[in-house]
Design a protein around this ligand. Structure first.
Ligand code: ADP
Length: 502
């Protein structure tokens, strides 16, 4: 991608950041609008505590305006009635514009959320582009069906979009998590109202403007900024919203299902929390490679990843060597630092409140008798929100640090003796988003994949995949799948048309 310019220094990025003027409104009907009541909320840079912008803070009346805009666009068919090729062209142009604005988007993401700029340029943005382009390409690849009937009848099954979809998204990958919803939703012909996370809304607002710049009709992609209990709740309760698609916490996922029941039985698609186990069997073929991926699996994005491999289950015969290498690899690889510095590999946590929550969980684990092998506290000064990469040993299965999602750079390491014990520990969780198994034996791998209660299982890798991989969880990790062409179908409903031919 043209954007990954390795010659840019921290100072170059800081100068560019000083020139930015982030959009501060909602995006409704193709233009930026302020909240009707004039309320705003601050966007804070977690790397230094400084104010980046005051953005509109939406209330129910702002959500009503956005849903009305989407509903008008839905009813007059300005998007869904375009030919598949026309919609494909808009989405492809959208991807091109996102690519052309990569530097600006990367800066906004880094300032707003604290993610290292190299990660935005090399991970998030390429994934965003792949997502838009994949679903653009999928639009005319879906078929309906003509079923076998008696000669006096004809039966067609077609897929139709749902109408107005509400998307509620998190702050850990602000653009990418939004795009996993937006691209299939728009490709299917729906209109959308996005409520991005209040901690990092700035890039999503740019995505909305770029959709219109790419030729997307006004009113098809609307965005309301605001906090969950106000704008988010109003969107999820709205009677004209046909579906809520969500990535975030399990607790909020449960609320969204209740809101659907209290309002119009809208569909609710949830991708929620995780506590992913990584199992290292005694016959794994390359301990260095396994440790390398284990480190990345928990510390990338400062552990703020729903499928983070936060529970390391290591066969007792490997345990000491594993921990020793894990510590060395972590110290070599993760340098907490200014996220605008292209050499930084770990940014701050996304907010002060989140940092406090992560530190509290580490302290509780220690109070319950576990020990920090490395890390365990904040780092790099009071004005920022860093937490040092932390590895916790000596935790037992019932401790909160093993059972509850931390969403920070914190892993536990536990020893096991048998495959059955490893599987029991792995599955002893309310979550079931992802898991990995490291072994050189194909039969062991196959057996364990079948036994693991998780929507995604990686064998001898962690986090690998492409757009053909359905991503989502078992148990309380959710009820839906992002990515894959099936996700496009999840933004549609079937219509059965039975023709009487006599
Ligand atoms: P986190 O705890 O990681 O911030 P949340 O689940 O609280 O995750 O937030 C994910 C998204 O859900 C955000 O956009 C947030 O504003 C939204 N949200 C939070 N509470 C509610 C709610 N009661 N109703 C609707 N959306 C909500």
């Amino acid at each position: 991608m043209s954007s990954s310019n390795p010659t840019r220094t921290r100072d170059d990025w800081a100068r560019a950041a000083a020139q930015l003027t982030p959009a501060q409104g909602h995006f409704i009907g193709g233009r930026s609008v302020q909240s009707r009541a004039g309320a705003t909320m601050p966007c804070i840079n977690p790397a230094n505590g400084q104010l980046i912008a005051q953005v509109a803070r939406g209330q129910a009346e702002d959500v009503d305006a956005a849903v009305a805009s989407a509903q008008a666009a839905w009813r007059d068919g300005r998007w869904r009635l375009q030919s598949p090729r026309q919609r494909m062209a808009v989405l492809q142009r959208w991807a091109d514009l996102i690519e052309q604005h990569a530097h600006e988007l990367a800066l906004l993401e880094t300032l707003d959320m604290g993610k290292p700029i190299s990660d935005v340029l090399n991970i998030d943005l390429p994934e965003v582009l792949r997502t838009v382009r994949y679903f653009a390409e999928c639009i005319d690849k879906l078929d309906g069906a003509v079923t076998h009937t008696a000669p006096e009848a004809m039966h067609l099954i077609t897929h139709e979009p749902l109408g107005v979809v509400g998307a509620i998204t998190p702050w850990n990958y602000p653009m990418l998590m939004a795009m996993w919803k937006l691209a299939p939703c728009l490709a299917a012909g729906n209109c959308v109202v996005l409520k991005p996370a209040e901690q990092a809304p700035l890039t999503c607002t740019r995505l909305a403007q770029l959709f219109v710049d790419a030729g997307g009709p006004e009113g098809v992609f609307n965005l309301v900024n605001g906090v969950g209990a106000e704008a988010g709740q109003a969107l999820a309760l709205h009677p004209d919203v046909a579906k809520i698609t969500f990535t975030g916490s399990t607790a909020v996922g449960k609320l969204l299902m209740a809101y659907a029941g209290q309002s119009n039985l809208k569909r609710v698609a949830l991708e929620t929390g995780g506590k992913s186990p990584q199992i290292f069997m005694p016959d794994l073929y390359d301990l260095d490679a396994a440790v390398d991926r284990a480190v990345g699996g928990i510390y990338d994005n400062a552990g703020q990843v729903c499928n983070a491999g936060s529970r390391l289950l290591v066969h007792r015969s490997l345990y000491d060597a594993f921990v020793e290498r894990f510590v060395a690899r972590t110290q070599q690889t993760y340098r907490p630092g200014d996220p605008l510095d292209p050499t930084t590999t770990m940014g701050p946590l996304a907010s002060r409140g989140h940092q406090a929550g992560v530190l509290k969980r580490i302290a509780l684990a220690q109070a319950e008798g576990a020990q920090c092998v490395i890390g365990g506290g904040s780092t790099l000064g009071e004005e920022a929100t860093f937490v040092a990469p932390t590895l916790i040993a000596g935790a037992t299965q019932s401790m909160a640090i093993v059972q509850e999602e931390v969403f920070g750079p914190v892993a536990t390491v536990q020893a096991f003796d048998t495959e059955a014990q490893a599987l029991q520990m792995a599955n002893d969780s309310i979550y079931g988003l992802a898991a990995s198994v490291w072994t050189s034996d194909l039969k062991t791998a196959h057996r364990m994949v079948g036994a693991l209660e998780a929507g995604v299982v990686w064998v001898n890798c962690f986090g690998d995949g492409d757009m053909t991989q359905p991503f989502g969880g078992y148990k309380q990790s959710g009820n839906s799948r992002d990515k894959h062409i099936d996700s496009l179908l999840s933004y549609m409903q079937t219509k059965s048309a039975w023709f009487n031919l006599v």
